[in-house]
Design a protein. Structure first.
Length: 548
C-alpha cells in the first residue's frame, strides 16, 4: 500500500506529509528554546550574584556561527542539486554540511574541555579566585609549578594517576565500613596507603555471624582488612537480613490472622496499630546482623580524599559510601599553581549590603592580607584604574564593575610582568591594560607553560577553613554556567541528531534516489528546515552567552 502525499502536496494545505510534520515539530522546538531564553533573561535580571559577562572565548563561538551559517547554505545547495537530479553535486554539498557539523562540535568540545579543567573558588568573604590547580604524584613532587618537593607526602588515587592538589587529608585511627555499600576501589586504596606507611588496619572486635541458620562463621579480632573479609561479612549480613525479614513477615501474618479472629466485623484499619511482630516468638531463630564493620588503624595514618567524596569535621569524616572515620582532620589546602583571575564583585556586593566601603572590604580580604604577590598586582590595578577613570571622565563615562573589581588573566599577566611605575592604559581604547593573547590562547585560555618563565601567574595555597565553595567551571559553579551547559548541550544534541539524519541521506540515499528522487529531495528539504532552525537557535545563543 502506497502512502499518499509523500511526494505530491495535499490540495488543502499545499504541503506534503513530512513538511507538515516538521513544521509542527519546529513549533514545539520554538516553545522549548523560547522557554529557555525567557528563563535566562529573568534569572539574569534577578541574579543575587554578579552575573558573568564576556567570560566565554569569542573567537571559537564566532567561528561556529559562520560554520553553521555556511552549512545552512550548503544544505540548500544539496537540496537544489537533487531537484536538478545532480547526485554528484548533492554528495559534495551534503558532505560539506556534515563536515561543518563536525567542526562545530569539535570547537564546542574544546570549549567544554577547557571549562572542565579550569578551577574556580569562592572564599568565605565572597572573593573569587580562578586558575589552574597543581598536581601531586606518588614520589611527592609537584607537577605544573616547578619540581620542588611537596609539602606533605601524597599517594595517588586508586588508578595510580596524579591527583589535583585539592584533597582532604584525614589522619584516621579507626575506620568503620558499611557492610553493604563499601566502595571496593576506596578499600583497595586504603590498604595500599596503610602498607605504604607501614600501618595495619585490623578488625576491631571478634564477630560471630551465621551464613545460614545454625551455621556459624567467626571472624577473629585483629584480622587484617582485605576485600575477601569484607565480602564474607557482607554475605553473612545479607543472609541474616533475608532470614530475619522472612521470619518477621511470617510472624506478622500470624498476628494478623489472630487479630481478625479477635475482632470480627471490624475493618483492618481499626485495629491495625495493635498488630505487631511477636519478637519473643522468633528471637531464638533470628540470625545476627552486622550492619557496620569497625577496624583499628595502628598507628594512626593520614588518608587523602577528594572533597566531593567526604564530609569532614575536626575529629571525624564520612565518605559517600557510608564509611565513617575517626581521628583528626589535617591541613588540607587547595593549591593553585597558576592564579589567572581574581574577582571582588561578589565581595563588594555583600559589603555594600552591610554598608561597608568596597575599598575597606577588599583591603581586609584574605586574598590581599595574606598574599603579598596578589596585593602587588592589585596595587597595579588601582594605578591603571585611576588612569582609566580619568580618561573616561573626559567623555562623561565611568569604569564598569568589571573594570574596578575584576582582574582577568590578560590583565594578571600584564601586571605580573610590568613594574608599577610603567603601568599605563592604552590611549583611546578606554580599557584596562592587558597582554595580547596568541591564537592558541583564543581557544584554550592562558598558555601556562609559555608564560611560566615570566612568572605571569602567582602561586596560591588556600587553607581549607577559608573555602566556601569550589568547583570547575561546570553547572555547579553558578546559575550562568548551569544555563550555559544546558542550552549549548541541548543545542549540541540537536546538531548531532540533524547531522546523523543528513548523513543517512548522503550515505544511504542512493537507492531512494534511483527509485524516487523527488521523495529523497523532499526528505532533504525537511532535514534542511530542521538544520536552519538549529542555525537560528545558535544565532540567538551566541550573543546572549558570548557577547553580553
Amino acid at each position: 500500500m502506497e502512502i499518499p502525499y509523500i511526494v505530491t502536496p495535499r490540495k488543502d494545505t499545499g504541503l506534503f506529509n513530512s513538511k507538515i510534520a516538521i513544521w509542527l515539530f519546529l513549533a514545539s522546538e520554538v516553545m522549548l528554546f523560547g522557554g529557555f531564553f525567557s528563563a535566562y533573561i529573568f534569572l539574569r535580571l534577578g541574579a543575587d550574584f554578579p552575573w558573568p559577562e564576556r567570560t566565554l572565548p569569542v573567537l571559537p563561538g564566532l567561528i561556529n556561527t559562520f560554520v553553521l551559517i555556511g552549512s545552512s547554505v550548503t544544505v540548500v545547495f544539496a537540496w537544489a542539486a537533487l531537484k536538478m537530479r545532480q547526485w554528484g553535486r548533492f554528495q559534495i554539498f551534503m558532505g560539506i554540511t556534515i563536515a561543518c557539523s563536525g567542526i562545530f562540535m569539535g570547537l564546542k568540545g574544546i570549549e567544554y574541555y577547557v571549562k572542565f579543567h579550569h578551577q574556580a573558588l569562592r572564599l568565605k568573604d565572597y572573593a573569587v579566585v580562578e586558575g589552574h590547580l597543581g598536581y601531586k604524584v606518588k614520589d611527592g613532587v609537584h607537577v605544573g609549578h616547578g619540581d620542588h618537593p611537596a609539602e606533605s607526602d601524597f599517594a595517588t588515587d586508586a588508578k595510580g594517576s596524579k591527583i589535583e592538589e585539592n584533597v582532604i587529608n584525614f589522619e584516621a585511627s579507626s575506620i568503620t565500613f558499611n557492610s553493604v555499600r563499601y566502595e571496593r576501589a576506596w578499600v583497595e586504596a586504603m590498604i595500599a596507603r596503610a602498607a605504604e606507611k607501614k600501618a595495619t588496619i585490623t578488625l576491631a572486635s571478634k564477630l560471630e555471624l551465621q551464613s545460614e541458620p545454625g551455621k556459624q562463621v567467626v571472624f577473629a579480632a585483629g584480622r587484617a582488612l582485605d576485600l575477601e573479609l569484607l565480602d564474607a561479612i557482607k554475605r553473612a549480613h545479607l543472609a541474616a537480613r533475608a532470614n530475619n525479614a522472612a521470619l518477621r513477615t511470617e510472624n506478622l501474618r500470624e498476628q494478623w490472622a489472630k487479630a481478625k479472629e479477635a475482632n470480627p466485623g471490624k475493618r483492618d484499619w481499626e485495629f491495625a496499630e495493635n498488630v505487631v511482630v511477636d519478637q519473643a516468638a522468633i528471637t531464638d531463630r533470628l540470625m545476627p546482623e552486622q550492619a557496620s564493620i569497625a577496624f583499628n588503624v595502628e598507628p594512626a595514618t593520614s588518608f587523602h580524599f577528594r572533597p566531593r567524596d567526604i564530609q569532614e569535621a575536626p575529629d571525624s569524616g564520612a565518605l559517600r559510601d557510608g564509611t565513617a572515620l575517626k581521628g583528626k582532620l589535617l591541613e588540607s589546602p587547595m593549591v593553585f599553581h597558576y592564579v589567572d583571575a581574581i574577582d571582588f564583585r561578589h565581595l563588594v556586593m555583600k559589603a555594600e549590603e552591610k554598608n561597608i566601603s568596597p575599598e575597606v572590604a577588599i583591603s581586609n580580604s584574605w586574598l590581599l592580607k595574606e598574599n603579598p604577590s596578589l596585593k602587588k598586582i592589585w596595587d597595579k590595578q588601582q594605578v591603571a584604574l585611576a588612569q582609566l577613570t580619568k580618561e573616561l571622565a573626559s567623555h562623561g563615562r565611568v569604569p564598569t564593575e568589571k573594570d574596578k573589581y575584576r582582574i582577568g588573566w590578560q590583565e594578571m599577566a600584564y601586571y605580573a610582568t610590568t613594574p608599577i611605575d610603567q603601568v599605563k592604559i592604552t590611549p583611546g581604547k578606554y580599557a584596562m591594560p592587558k597582554v595580547k593573547e596568541d591564537l592558541k590562547e583564543e581557544f584554550f585560555g592562558p598558555d601556562y607553560k609559555v608564560r611560566e618563565a615570566a612568572h605571569s601567574f602567582p602561586h596560591l595555597s588556600v587553607p581549607r577553613e577559608e573555602i566556601l565553595f569550589a568547583s570547575k567551571f561546570a553547572p555547579a559553579w553558578n546559575t550562568y554556567y548551569a544555563i550555559y551547559f544546558t542550552m549549548t548541550g541541548l543545542h549540541g544534541l540537536h546538531v548531532i541528531g540533524g547531522a546523523l539524519v543528513l548523513a543517512y541521506y548522503l550515505f544511504c540515499g542512493k537507492k531512494m534516489y534511483l527509485s524516487n528522487p523527488e521523495w529523497l529531495a523532499n526528505r532533504v528539504e525537511v532535514g534542511g528546515l530542521f538544520w536552519h532552525f538549529v542555525d537560528l537557535v545558535w544565532i540567538f545563543l551566541f550573543p546572549i552567552l558570548y557577547l553580553m
